[in-house]
Design a protein around this ligand. Structure first.
Ligand code: SF4
Length: 622
């Protein structure tokens, strides 16, 4: 059996129009600068895609990329990235998923895949230990993601789309096992290429390049994961729905299409209710010791329990307070291949349009009756579902209501209302893919994560320290997305170190609010450095690793600027900027924060990376 040292340095380039595929090498210098995952996917898109293409045309390229950690014992390191130009936002976007496909792809001999062109009939791609073929999928077209993977499990590990992707719903997901790459419509891009799925099977063994160094780093990392209250206890016990109580009480859970700051049925949809009444067992991504997901019993059916974002957007946002309903919809969304955040966002928007007499539909806040049918209609583009399938921004262009259309750059707003954590507003406004919670998310340091009333590190409503921390957390996120480590590792790796743990909280708060440049510059990312150095066999220092994240963030911004993105797009929905009267809300002083943020980033006043910023990061102008 062949053993590879962490990475193959080989990417498969498949053209579905011609049916041809080639393996392309990755140089050591590109590996060092972009690392893997998001970073390498971006670099490949930058080198291979021209600006201005239609995301649903054969010109779009879908890049699937593993990180150096995939297949090694690195904790929470087995996820993979999918990246392309998004059909929902029209700009570049990435998404991450924890299924087994990524590890099998690497064992088959490739670190990633680029899929170009379009097949003239439904197909799937089969990768079996270096043998690559394009197979007919006519008989498989129409199957849901769970049904499909169950029927074809002997073939290997899959990434697959459901009917929503086939029908090019602009927020269709890609599934791998029972996890999904959820945001920005990657599934629709597969559907536009007539690609039902990709299956990988490999028998190479993956080893780390420096076993002794890695072993030492792993021991420290595992200890920290267990010691941290979030990864060692709360995520295992309550999962991401722990946020319902914490963020519901902090007035940042979206309620009634982002119109209210409090949901009176919050307790009914809490993580504690899931734990006490539904949970059967925990589940997680391969190789993850945290296992934050869970299977629950809902009306005598074992289903994947909904995550916080699904509960927030399909529950509180629609005024639905029944966990059974939300869990059944979650199952339908996963099977059909729909993003629960965008689906909840667009249904909430349609409910308000209907209430205001601007749209004729049966959708009503607090009424569960028509939601399942609407989900199906979106996935199959039937009736009104065909229009909802294009997302909030396009729906508002047709029916009006731009004022309460809650999206940024076309991406429906995730489950954190910036009026209760204003730095999150800056994060949404500047995130490369739109209103995602997965870029520069400051909500956790702007609120008390335990909901017990302890003062947060940054003030929820002020502007102090926000620009520094949004930039820092965006770059850190891009670094973890390039490695690829799960974002949950940021809690133990950034917080379980001597300075952070033993400095009294009031002093930490003072420094983070008043001396953010020092707080950010002294943040400890040495666990990531040590693990990656052990995996790859060369020393990766703090500066080099942080630069990987900063480089990826700026490259994506530059690519989006070439698509027409600028200062005018770095904003928030008008409702969020103008309605601030509810309890716990305050105005988001976006202009003030943006000015500082652009300066810190080295961007001009229109939000474009300056030439010297690009030079400093070694990104060639095109
Ligand atoms: S913490 Fe959760 S999402 Fe992250 S790798 Fe583990 S199981 Fe997957």
């Amino acid at each position: 059996m062949e053993t590879i040292k962490a990475v193959n340095n080989k990417v498969l380039d498949i053209n579905l129009s011609s049916g041809k595929s080639i393996a392309i090498p990755l140089s050591q210098s590109v590996r060092r600068e972009y690392l893997g995952g998001k970073g390498l996917a971006l670099k490949l898109l930058y080198d291979n895609i021209r600006p201005g293409i239609d995301p649903l045309s054969p010109d779009n390229i879908l890049v699937v990329m593993t990180g150096p950690t995939a297949g090694t014992p690195s904790p929470a390191g087995g996820r993979f990235a999918v990246m392309c130009k998004s059909p929902l936002t029209g700009i570049f976007a990435s998404s991450y998923v924890g299924g087994k496909f990524g590890i099998s792809l690497k064992k088959a001999g490739y670190d990633g895949i680029m899929v170009r062109g379009k097949s003239d009939r439904p197909v799937y791609i089969r990768i079996d230990n270096g043998d690559v073929s394009i197979q007919d999928a006519a008989a498989l077209w129409g199957m849901d993601t769970y049904e499909f993977q169950e029927a074809r499990k002997d073939d290997g590990d899959w990434m697959v789309i459901g009917p929503a992707g086939e029908n090019r719903v602009r927020f269709a997901v890609i599934a791998s096992d029972k996890r999904v790459a959820g945001r920005c419509g990657m599934g629709a891009v597969m559907g536009s290429k007539n690609l039902k799925g990709i299956v990988a099977k490999g028998n190479r063994k993956i080893a780390v390049a420096d076993p002794d160094g890695f072993k030492k780093a792993l021991k420290v990392a595992q200890k920290k994961i267990i010691a941290h209250d979030n990864t060692g206890r709360r995520l295992r016990e309550l999962g991401t729905p722990q946020n319902v109580r914490a963020f519901g009480s902090a007035h940042i859970m979206p309620v009634r299409n982002f119109n209210k700051s409090k949901f009176d049925k919050m307790e009914r949809i809490s993580a504690e209710k899931i734990r006490d009444q539904h949970t059967v067992k925990n589940q997680g991504c391969p190789g993850c010791p945290i296992k934050c997901g869970r299977i629950g019993n809902y009306k005598n059916k074992e289903l994947v329990s909904p995550e916080y974002e699904t509960i927030a957007l399909m529950g509180a946002n629609l005024l639905i307070g029944d966990l059974n309903d939300i869990a059944f919809w979650n199952d339908r969304l996963n099977r059909l291949g729909l993003d629960s955040i965008s689906t909840g966002g667009v249904i909430g928007f349609a409910m308000e349009l209907t209430e205001k007499g601007m749209l004729k539909s049966d959708l009503k806040f607090g009424d569960a009756e028509n939601i399942e049918k609407t989900i199906e209609d979106i996935a199959y583009r039937r009736g009104l579902g065909d229009e909802l399938a294009d997302g909030v921004r396009r729906l508002s262009k047709k029916y009006g209501g731009e004022y309460f259309a809650c999206h940024v750059k076309g991406l429906e707003v995730a489950g954190y209302d910036p009026r209760g954590c204003t730095g999150q507003g800056l994060g949404y406004a500047t995130a490369n893919s739109g209103a995602t919670h997965l870029s520069g998310s400051t909500h956790a340091i702007e609120t008390d994560p335990l909901g017990g009333g302890e003062k947060s590190y940054l003030s929820p409503h002020g502007t102090k320290g926000k620009a520094h921390f949004v930039k820092f957390l965006q770059d850190i996120m891009e670094m973890t997305n390039s490695s690829i480590f799960c974002l949950q590792t940021q809690y133990p790796f950034l917080e379980e170190n001597f300075a952070y743990k033993y400095t009294p909280k009031p002093i930490l708060r003072f420094v983070m609010r008043n001396l953010p440049a020092i707080a950010v510059a002294t943040s400890d990312i040495s666990d990531y450095c040590a693990l990656l150095s052990g995996v790859l066999g060369y020393k990766i220092g703090r500066k080099e690793l942080y630069r990987v994240g900063e480089r990826a963030f700026n490259l994506e911004r530059y690519m989006n600027c070439r698509e027409g993105i600028g200062r005018k797009d770095d904003t928030l929905p008008r409702r969020i900027l103008e309605e601030t009267g509810e309890k716990g809300w305050a105005p988001v002083r976006l202009d003030r924060m943006l000015k500082k943020y652009y300066r810190l980033r080295g961007w001009d006043t229109n939000g474009r990376p300056k030439e010297k910023t690009m030079d400093k990061l070694g990104i060639p102008y095109q």
